[in-house]
Design a protein around this ligand. Structure first.
Ligand code: SF4
Length: 331
């Protein structure tokens, strides 16, 4: 928990496993490439790869390894004493990096739409009600996860029938969504697809979740699945954030992010460039300023104009704040 003023605590959602050092250390072996290790992390659902790069640079500085063409080459042995020293260094570095405020790319996208809504939801932690739309979104994500877990083992009809046993209201159109997704995966000939992976970048203070991570020819792509395809700035910010976190995780450039709209059956292949990254960084810096200011942000005209308030979960509270502000101004 991090106290950021006015007695308000913000949760650091970063929960690294107690044996994080061992998880990372045991992966560092002679002749392994960095991507081999990252790939192994993806399989084992290791959420944070920063520990790997902390260890590799320390080992390199201490002349224990060399990295040649991304391959780890041991040039000196590691005894128990050195390993203990390494663990101490690792734990101290990780502890320092954890003491920050973390955001998700989705939160940055929401912040862009309305600073006040972000402030009320994330900072004041006002409870938000789940509407039917988000409940359906959760169900579809479960469906996709189940589909990918059983990919090539069960056909789409079997998957739908199986899900019907445990879930209510599995609609006929869900079959179309899975077929559409299936065609996308087949057409792009990805060698590996991981579903629902969460990534933590200690360096960037970001926690992101990607619906799919697809691998092809040694390249890695995040895929965001939405009910409707909307290529607006808010969505773009979320996608760029996911790409940035994945780049830091794999230490590999992410060239594209895919955006899939299940209902309107659209796919976008969005090229990640420096301008988009800068825009994301701008909002990431601004979000910290707003939080540290300890002030409820004003409503922006553009938020109302764009209709964001129509589907805002904290609208009642926002209206109350406006009433109080008007009253205080008049008194
Ligand atoms: S009602 Fe509109 S202005 Fe108020 S928090 Fe929600 S989106 Fe923002």
């Amino acid at each position: 928990m991090l106290n950021i003023g006015n007695g308000i605590n913000m949760n650091l959602e970063v929960k690294l496993p107690d044996d994080y050092f061992d998880i990372v250390f045991n992966e560092i072996k002679n002749n392994r490439t960095i991507f081999d290790i990252v790939f192994s992390f993806l399989i084992k659902k290791v959420e944070c790869a920063d520990g790997l790069f902390i260890l590799l640079s320390k080992l390199k500085r201490d002349k224990k390894i060399e990295i040649i063409k991304n391959k780890i080459i041991f040039i000196d042995s590691i005894d128990e004493n050195y390993k203990n020293e390494l663990k101490k260094y690792f734990d101290e570095r990780i502890e320092k990096l954890r003491k920050k405020i973390f955001f998700s790319p989705l939160e940055i996208s929401k912040f862009y739409q309305c600073e006040r809504r972000f402030f009320l939801e994330k900072y004041l932690k006002l409870k938000t009600k789940k509407d039917e739309k988000s409940k359906e979104g959760e169900k579809i994500h479960k469906l996709i996860k189940f589909f990918l877990e059983n990919y090539l083992r069960k056909n789409i009809d079997e998957i739908i029938e199986e899900l019907k046993k445990n879930e209510k209201n599995i609609k006929e159109e869900y079959k179309d969504y899975l077929n559409f997704l299936n065609n996308f995966l087949k057409k792009n000939k990805f060698s590996t697809v991981f579903s629902e992976r969460r990534f933590i970048s200690l360096e960037k203070s970001l926690i992101s979740s990607s619906d799919l991570i697809c691998v092809k020819d040694g390249k890695i792509f995040p895929v965001e699945i939405k009910m409707s395809f909307r290529k607006n700035k808010a969505t773009l910010l979320q996608l760029i954030g996911e790409a940035i976190v994945l780049e830091r995780y794999a230490r590999k450039k992410v060239d594209y992010v895919f955006l899939i709209g299940l209902k309107n059956k659209k796919i976008g292949k969005i090229k990640i460039d420096e301008k988009l990254k800068e825009s994301f960084e701008k909002y990431r810096r601004k979000i910290i300023k707003v939080i540290l200011s300890n002030k409820i942000p004003n409503i922006k005209e553009i938020t109302i104009k764009k209709g964001i308030c129509n589907y805002c979960h904290v609208k009642d509270m926002c209206d109350e704040i406006e009433k109080i502000r008007k009253y205080l101004k008049g008194s």
